[in-house]
Design a binder for this molecule. Structure first.
Ligand SMILES: [Zn+2]
Length: 348
């Protein structure tokens, strides 16, 4: 049954539509010949049909993961809990984080839906429930989006946030503004890598990472992808989004300084030969932590959707091992429970 459903998903994903082409002649990251965005080091993630087929064949035929039915423990937050969410950070799940500092509340890649898919009835299913409802969120000032993959940019979540909190301001990498506006977001700013804006005393800017974008069959790299740095006077937060390992982590710290807190992906990394260029594994996450010179980090991008071949419970275990091997104290780089808050990471 799972096998069949997964097969149909793959087929429908291949058939899904295409979007209009935009050009960005002023962006140094836009290749005018190919009319696509491009990382200076090239497009390492471009795979052949055979590579894709091999991955999907392995994905749809893999043994069911024990955590796919059980999920992970969740720390639920009520509307009341959220009303008191100050000087704190919470991992909502996958790449969704909520952070408050000096009365500014930031959310990253909001995803509250049951699937990371263009379809509500099939595609990678949420295995751990969201610890909070959109209706119960505190007032959000800023939402940053890393890129358009379905596990990071969720239409239903954006629509609901835009509807319930019309004053929220969305920051997106180049090319995504019109899509968010289509979904009802009224205040959307799109930026190129290293382009800074300031809101409520926070400098907000997208930073390069080694990744790619795609939402439909024909729109590969037609929109930009990014990490984000958010800098208050006395605190900085780096959100890596989705990334393969590259010198971008080092370069970001060199240009902008080391963050006090970083959100770094630790999951969705197997099989290595297919995923390496797009998703770091826990060992590389620890390497990125070092390259960034971050004071603390939260491991994200695991335990919420089954996207790849490693067992769902593996990323935090491998993170612990990698931290030990790297001589990094475990309390500096934590894999939080879904819904867990970590105020010390903001205030200390
Ligand atoms: Zn992605």
């Amino acid at each position: 049954m799972i096998y069949k459903a997964r097969l149909v998903v793959c087929f429908l994903l291949i058939l899904s539509g295409c979007s209009g082409a935009m050009t960005y002649p002023d962006s140094p990251n836009f290749n005018k010949k190919t009319a696509r965005f491009q990382h200076p080091i090239g497009d390492y993630h471009e795979k052949s049909f055979v590579d894709f087929f091999k991955f999907f064949a392995a994905y749809i035929t893999q043994e069911s993961d024990e955590k796919e039915t059980a999920g992970f423990p969740v720390s639920i937050s009520t509307k009341n809990d959220m009303a008191n969410f100050k000087e704190n950070v919470m991992w909502v799940g996958h790449s969704t984080l909520l952070l408050n500092h000096l009365d500014v509340t930031i959310m990253t890649d909001p995803h509250f839906s049951d699937r990371a898919s263009p379809f509500s009835f099939m595609g990678p299913k949420r295995i751990t429930p969201s610890p909070v409802e959109i209706a119960d969120l505190p007032r959000i000032d800023v939402v940053v989006i890393s890129h358009n993959h379905y596990d990071h940019l969720d239409e239903a979540s954006i629509r609901e946030i835009a509807r319930t909190q019309p004053r929220v301001e969305f920051f997106v990498p180049l090319g995504l503004k019109s899509l968010l506006e289509e979904w009802g977001a009224e205040r959307v700013t799109e930026l190129d890598w290293w382009q800074q804006v300031q809101r409520k005393g926070v400098i907000i800017q997208p930073t390069p990472v080694q990744h790619w974008s795609k939402r439909t069959l024909f729109d590969r790299n037609k929109t930009l992808w990014s990490g984000w740095m958010l800098q208050w006077n006395d605190f900085s937060f780096y959100f890596a989004g989705d990334a393969g390992y590259s010198d971008d982590f080092k370069e970001t710290a060199k240009r902008l300084g080391s963050p006090d807190l970083a959100a770094i992906p630790i999951g969705a990394y197997e099989p290595r030969e297919f995923m390496e260029s797009a998703h770091i594994n826990p060992e590389e996450a620890v390497k990125a932590f070092g390259a960034l010179g971050a004071k603390r980090a939260i491991g994200i991008h695991w335990g919420t959707f089954k996207l790849t071949l490693e067992p769902m419970k593996e990323p935090p275990l491998k993170l612990q091992k990698a931290l030990k091997n790297g001589g990094v104290p475990a309390e500096r780089f934590r894999a939080l429970r879904h819904g867990e808050k970590w105020p010390d990471a903001v205030t200390d």
